[in-house]
Design a protein around this ligand. Structure first.
Ligand SMILES: C[S@@+](CC[C@H](N)C(=O)[O-])C[C@H]1O[C@@H](n2cnc3c(N)ncnc32)[C@H](O)[C@@H]1O
Length: 211
């Protein structure tokens, strides 16, 4: 696959949200210029999920949070080339960013193929901790959903335990995987890679309680 040429920063500016730019708590109408529902993808990588979702749901706002600047710019380039108006990409640590979001302000949080950080000394870099789960649950609206997908079975068990023990969240049956019909018809870049390799994929979905 050919690498997309990155657009100049000037052209990407409408898509970029760079910490500490956003006011705290983050005001979604200020970020997107409307009050449509907001969905967040944590660790958006090269942005395939955002691209597909933003095209399919133009009345929903999507924010990708990506800690690596070059992926923020890569994703923003993909959005800008298609003229998508309902996507922004923040370069930030999602753990802090969620802390800065208003309670009950987000319709969905998507976390696809979070880095497993196998080595013991790197474990503290993992996204899924009791604190991250508490922040995610607080930021979701009642009825809002958290979606998580990984190819790492032991990490999935840890994630499932953390999410299931969060009192605000209820586990739901996750959606089935699709039958891709072309190379962009995958949830994310990592999903495409791992499904082509025939690896097992673990999916979870949780809903924020209404009360
Ligand atoms: C394994 S990649 C998966 C990328 C994408 N979700 C996919 O499925 O193709 C994990 C991504 O999460 C990003 N990431 C890791 N820790 C993060 C954090 N604390 N906040 C935001 N992004 C993070 C990494 O830079 C990387 O792009």
């Amino acid at each position: 696959m050919r690498r997309a040429r990155r657009l100049p920063l000037q052209e990407l500016a409408p898509y970029l949200l760079t910490a500490p730019d956003p006011p705290r708590p983050v005001s979604w109408p200020e970020v997107f210029g409307n009050d449509h529902p907001v969905e967040i993808e944590v660790g958006c990588g090269k942005g395939l999920f955002l691209l597909t979702a933003a095209r399919a749901c133009p009345q929903t706002n999507f924010l990708g949070i990506e800690i690596v600047r070059k992926y923020q710019l890569y994703t923003a380039t993909r959005m800008a080339k298609r003229g998508l108006k309902n996507v922004r990409v923040a370069c930030a640590d999602a753990r802090q960013f969620l802390h800065d979001c208003a309670s009950s302000s987000v319709q969905a949080i998507h976390v696809y193929f979070p880095d497993p950080w196998w080595k013991k000394r790197h474990l503290k870099r993992r996204l899924f901790t009791p604190e991250f789960v508490e922040r995610g649950a607080r930021v979701l609206r009642p009825g809002g959903r958290l979606h998580v997908v990984t190819d790492v079975e032991p990490y999935f068990r840890v994630i499932s335990e953390l999410l299931s023990s969060q009192a605000q969240l209820v586990p739901l049956p996750p959606p089935d995987s699709n039958q891709p019909t072309h190379d962009l018809d995958y949830l994310t870049n990592f999903e495409r890679k791992f499904r082509k390799e025939g690896r097992a994929i673990y999916r979870g979905m949780y809903e924020r309680r209404s009360e």
